[in-house]
Design a binder for this molecule. Structure first.
Ligand SMILES: [Zn+2]
Ligand SMILES: [Zn+2]
Length: 55
């Protein structure tokens, strides 16, 4: 099986294969995943660890 891993978008909660992943700018521990749709719309995300919200 060669199914590509899916990641849950931190903004909309949908599973996505096209995403950008980065560390939370505040706690730098949690990895935030955002799908391209949310990134283009600048939908805010929320860190699950420290509740940091960012664009
Ligand atoms: Zn999204
Ligand atoms: Zn955080």
């Amino acid at each position: 099986m060669t199914e590509s891993p899916r990641h849950k978008c931190s903004s909309c909660g949908r599973l996505t294969v096209e995403y950008s992943k980065f560390k939370c700018p505040k706690c730098k521990e949690t990895e935030i995943c955002r799908c391209y749709a949310c990134r283009e719309k600048h939908v805010p995300y929320k860190c699950t660890a420290c509740s940091f919200e960012g664009p």
